[in-house]
Design a protein around this ligand. Sequence first.
Ligand code: NDP
Length: 324
Amino acid sequence: MARAVRITEHGGPEVMHLETVDLPDPGPGEVRLRQTAIGLNFIDCYHRSGLYPMPLPTGLGLEAAAVVEALGPGVTDVAVGDRVAYCLSPIGAYADYRNYPADMLVKVPDGVSDEQAASLMLQGLTAWYLLHRTYAVKRGETILFHAAAGGVGLIACQWARHLGVRLIGTAGSPEKAALAKEYGAAEVILYREENVAQRVREMTGGKGVPVVYDSVGKDTWEASLDSLAVRGLMVGFGNASGAVPPFAPGILASKGSLYLTRPTLFHYIADKAERDEAAAALFALVETGVIKTNVRQRFALSDVVEAHRALEGRQTVGSTVLLP
Ligand code: NDP
C-alpha cells in the first residue's frame, strides 16, 4: 500500500485528496521508489485545474527524489539503495511510495541532498534548456526573464550571472525583487506597477532585448513583445496568469520581424543522453555552489491543498517541496 494524492475532477486545490492506494510489485523495467522529497511545480496546478486536461481519475506531480527499494524484471542500470531523482511523466509524484520506469531516473551525486534534487530537477533543467538550447545566451547579452523570484526564476538568475549575462527580471513585490537581485538579476522591474517595455527600452539604450523568457502568459504577452529588439525571440514557456489568447501572426512583423516559440521541457530532455548531460551540468553547478538551493517553503504531503493555494496565490518565492 502507498499514500498518494488523487483527483477525480478538475478544479481548485480542494479537489486533491490524499488516499491509500494499492502498490503492485514493480513491472518489467520499473523500480519501486521510497520517495523522500517531492518537487512542487506550477505545471501541477495546470494539471489539477484542467488547463492541461488529464484523463481522470489521476495522481499529480512530476518530480521527486527517492531511494530505490525494489527492482522489477530486467532492471540493470540502478540498484536497491541508490539515491535517484526524476522530473518527467508518468505523472504521480505526489506519493510516499510509487513504481517508476528505471530508465527515466537520474542518479543523485553525494554532494546534492534529496531536498535539493527534488526542488532543482524540473526547474533547473528548464533553466538549462531555456538558456542553452531554446536561445543560447552569450556573455555580455541583456535578457528579460519574467517571474525572476520564482522557482525557475531564481535558478535562471544564478545561471545567467554565471554565464556573464545581464538578466533583467520582473517580480510581483519589492521583497521578491530584492531576492532576485541577491540571486543574480542585474535589475528587476516591478511589473505590477511599472511599464515593463518602457523600462526595458531605458535599460538597453532604446534597443530592446534579443530574447524574452515569459512564463506569466496572458498578463505579460504584449509587454514582452514590446521589449524585444528587431528580430528578437519571444519564448513563451508558461501561463501563470492564464493562457495567451489567439493572435494574428502579422503582429510579429509589425513589432520587428519577431520570432516566437512555445517550448516544453519534455522535448529537450526526452533523449536519455541529452537528459544525463543536462542533469550533470545542473548538479555540477549545485555541487560547486554556483547554484544555491532555493527551497523556501516546505509542506507535509498531507498539506498539499495549502501548498497549491500558496503557489497560485503568488505567496511563494524560489522552490517548494512536499515531504511525504
Ligand atoms: P513560480 O515559482 O515561478 O511561480 C509562479 C510565479 O508566477 C508566481 O510566484 C508569480 O511571481 C508569477 N505570477 C505572475 N502572475 C501570476 C498570476 N496571475 N498568478 C500566479 N502567479 C503569477 O513557478 P515555477 O517555477 O514552478 O514555474 C514558473 C513558470 O514556468 C510556470 O508558468 C510554469 O508553468 C513554467 N514552466 C514551464 C516549463 C516548460 O518547459 N514549458 C517547465 C517548468 C516551468 P510574482 O509574484 O513575482 O509575479
